[in-house]
Design a protein around this ligand. Sequence first.
Ligand SMILES: N[C@@H](CCC(=O)N[C@@H](CS)C(=O)NCC(=O)O)C(=O)O
Length: 193
Amino acid sequence: MKIYGDLISGNCLKVKYVVDFLAIDYEWVPVDVVGGGSRTPEMLALNPVGQVPFIELADGRVLSQSNAIMRYLAAGSNLIPEDFFDQAKMDQWLFWEQYSHETAIAVARYRVVYLGQAVADLDAVLVEKGNAALDVMERRLSENDWFVGDGITLADIALYAYTQFAEQPGFSMSDRPNISRWLAEAKTLLDVA
Ligand SMILES: N[C@@H](CCC(=O)N[C@@H](CS)C(=O)NCC(=O)O)C(=O)O
């Protein structure tokens, strides 16, 4: 299996965390997203959306969307709860991450770190949305060690991917002790490769 990705991207890191955690064999194909590398004719032929991550299986099938890829790669593993309700709770967080978290935290980070925008010049609505997402996470993690059940699941991996970088565009962790605790625990499990 080939994984097309860029290590600056949290969405791509999600996939790498899963394959490394589960010791799945893969070939990493580096793609320079900032330089337009995901939109070359060769890349668009494989993934017309023009984004990474995507995976290409040995039989030629291609799958994109970070959370769908994680879902496929982790099928049958302990990164997905057995109980169907808990699986749906995990999916609840995966959809929320894409709609309400990544769209604020990752976008703010991209603007500051890769486009050079000053933190002070970030769109106030974007900052408010990011803080609201972090507040939701802090509340959940004050009730439970992990997002779903008693151990790490894909919900944690999806949310870890960009939350670990949230301070880069100015989001504060100083008054979010439960996120800080969870980040440290997830890091020991995921940042091993
Ligand atoms: N919803 C997609 C988002 C993918 C995405 O935004 N990829 C970015 C990198 S994080 C990308 O390839 N950007 C380059 C471009 O759009 O040209 C996912 O979760 O995989």
